[in-house]
Design a protein around this ligand. Structure first.
Ligand SMILES: Cc1ncc(C[n+]2csc(CCOP(=O)(O)OP(=O)(O)O)c2C)c(N)n1
Ligand SMILES: [Mg+2]
Length: 292
């Protein structure tokens, strides 16, 4: 299969209502370039429900179905069935949800859809907290991060849920991670997912949130890149739940990534050593799966 590395047709208007430096907005821009105009976006409650603009305004040149927080998987299944009834096999349905709407409240609907192998692409843009409502902890928030709902020591003491593994366990045709700092890789994955019609495709996109992570807006891409270069957020693909491909091998220390952000500024060297061990163990496990 050949891919158009950077399609130039932009399907976002020049204005939107995201924060300056919003990684989720950049993610949408690249995703739509890859997906093309025959796309319908299904957006549950999340920052993107706001960024898209209130009706009749919109920041996208494709149709949007706004839906309830927990329903992206179910609403996308229904929309696909409706298009099938109309004989439209060309339009791609894309669920576009945040981490709260995917890892937590929307997980039931997503898992149901994935188990039925519904024919749509589900994208989770991951900013690692409930940002739209004021930076509350989600099950995607990483170990060590401070949020507005991590009481006690003030930072999260549990690991981030591994959502790609959870989706791969459904044996769907395609599950992959992507990053706004690696646009060619991201566009290739979206084009690949679009062409793999006939089942559930899941793409987990890492999206910096300058507001919630407490970083300068101009650092958005640099920080997303460091997440991959330190193996904090590895780029990989899983086909049929078992065939793993790693797309990038990082070799930098995790502290280089984390120390750029206000949400980790309370961590000391012992904490960093513990987190480095966790990241190394996860990377080792991923490497073993890719070699199997
Ligand atoms: C059933 C329900 N509970 C709570 C809310 C309030 N709410 C709207 S968006 C949101 C946070 C969404 O977080 P996430 O999915 O991570 O997206 P982000 O805002 O970070 O982009 C919450 C709690 C809601 N709309 N519906
Ligand atoms: Mg979020």
């Amino acid at each position: 299969m050949t891919y158009n590395i950077m399609p130039q047709k932009d399907l976002m208007y020049s204005g939107h209502v995201g924060c300056p430096g919003c990684g989720a907005s950049i993610a949408m821009k690249f995703a739509l370039r890859a997906l093309g105009e025959k796309t319908i976006m299904v957006i549950p409650a999340c920052c993107w429900a706001i960024i898209a603009g209130p009706h009749p305004q919109t920041s996208l040149k494709v149709p949007i179905l706004h839906t309830a927080f927990e329903t992206a998987g179910a609403a996308s299944s229904g929309l696909r069935a409706a298009l099938d009834m109309q004989g439209d096999r060309e339009t791609t349905i894309v669920a576009w949800a945040g981490d709260g709407g995917t890892f937590d409240i929307g997980f039931q609907a997503l898992s149901g859809a994935a188990e039925r192998n519904e024919d749509f692409i589900y994208v989770c843009y991951d900013n690692e907290a409930y940002m739209n409502t004021g930076v509350q902890r989600s099950s995607s928030t990483p170990f060590g991060a401070r949020t507005t709902t991590t009481p006690g020591q003030g930072w999260k003491q549990r690991r981030k849920k591994n959502i790609v593994e959870a989706l791969a366990a459904h044996r769907i045709p395609y599950a992959a991670t992507a990053s706004i700092a690696f646009p060619e890789d991201m566009i290739r994955k979206f084009q690949k997912a679009r062409e793999m019609k006939g089942g559930t495709r899941f793409i987990h996109v890492y999206a910096t949130c300058p507001t919630g992570w407490r970083v300068p807006t101009e650092m958005c891409i640099k920080i997303a890149r460091l997440a991959v270069q330190t193996n904090f957020f590895p780029l990989y693909e899983v086909e049929e739940g078992i065939r793993y491909t790693i797309n990038h091998k990082g070799n930098r220390q995790v502290k280089e990534y984390m120390s750029t952000q206000g949400r980790f500024k309370h961590l000391n060297d012992d904490d960093y050593a513990q987190i480095q061990q966790m990241v190394d163990a996860d990377w080792d496990l991923l490497g073993r799966k890719a070699k199997m």
